[in-house]
Design a protein. Sequence first.
Length: 294
Amino acid sequence: MANPAAADAAIPYGTLPPASPPATRKPLSLPRLADMHARGDKIVMLTAYDATFAAVADAAGVECLLVGDSLGMVCQGLNSTVGVSLDTMRHHTESVERGLRRVQGTAWLIADLPFGSYHASREQALHSAAVLMQAGAHMVKLEGGGWTTDTVRFLVERGIPVCAHLGLTPQTVHALGGYRVQGRSGEAAALLKQQAHALQDAGAAMLVLEMVPATLAAELTAELKHCATIGIGAGRGTAGQVLVMHDMLGVGLGKLPKFVRNFMADAPGIAEAMQAYVCAVKDGSFPDDSLHAW
Ligand code: KIV
């Protein structure tokens, strides 16, 4: 029979930097994240797809782990996130949750509702969200504004925390015509703002803003008092930042997006690179003005 103590020893805790011992850290929760938002304490989010990297990121101080459907591209080798299934999201969410549990991790765990899993009806969205929550997610993320507002309200009313996602929404890359900056024109910016306010009013507690102009992201951040904006390629003015883990470690199958910093460049190892990311988001040095999407 496998020795559980030996299995625990397989988690590379001994090699991790001396973060505060997990037992003394308090788990992140919606009220704690809201307090951080209100205080202006930047929220650090990173994608995670498996148990070991989730444990390393948690120990490095990453507060929110996103099981992003970007796993379709970085783990499965797909060209876009469109081909990711709900079952694949469940599988990776369970893996990340187990990694966090093994090390008594404290991160807030968000899982992406994949393409097609919430589009047909609010009931379909509820079923898909329940699958991910039962896999260990604390919150689900879905893309788009307008038609998603009712779905967000429906999920929130049923006790499911929701993170929205506006700007470049990769699940609609074919409709958008590519991975390009959104909200540039006055009209597009006004629509994005209107959608963001509606999502906040529907109860979304977080909002990822991907590849939108920094001024627009900063304005929205100041306006949305009950919904923390998390930027990716959206400048430094958001309430928090998120990156795809492979990108910030400088590994990938394609070109690194312009707004990414390779934190491995000056770090002796992955744990230290993640710590450097945490520190840089917290002290506002990431992103700097040269790192944006437009
Ligand atoms: O799927 C993902 O990793 C994401 C982030 C890029 C925000 O949605």
